[in-house]
Design a protein. Sequence first.
Length: 199
Amino acid sequence: MKILIIGANGTIGKKLTPQLARQHDIITAGRNSGDIRMDITSEASIKAMFEQAKDIDACICIAASGPLDNFSTLTSQQLLEDFNGKLFGQVNIVLIGQHYLNNNGCFTLTSGIFADIPYKGVTGGAMTSGALHSFVLSAAIELQRGLRINVVSPGMVEDSAAAYGHLFPGLKPVSMQSLTDAYQESLNEKITGQIFRVY
């Protein structure tokens, strides 16, 4: 397959990309690195990325993350700004990309554990991930031409535990292998509308 990976230089992307490259033709995209430079917050940039990539069988997005927030001072405007990348960016990748992926192509998005498990300081992230789950369920029955869509919902990756584990006491790190397996299952199995919870 010819696979477009958005965010290939991130924590998960650095492990997933070389694994997929053993069997597939990979094109990488990102804001500061990759074969194609793109801005996930810009619809025009997303469209230009698909125009440049061409003939794609699958698109994996593991780009963008949401900042921590303070609930006592949180505003709707701040939430909208937080949603612009990880939520609306991934939604636009599908809404725009559906016109570019080959027949029977596959989208795999990335959400996160806070859609299901609450922690302090991540209200925006929880809302983003929950919304992505709902979007994937709806998109799975709307997409045409045999296109599929799934979302991987990671817990705290073991590679990030040293840097961020203190912020989420009691949250058990998950292995990188279990995560990369979930992305590969989304690609290789003929399933759609699946939320791969890797907690």
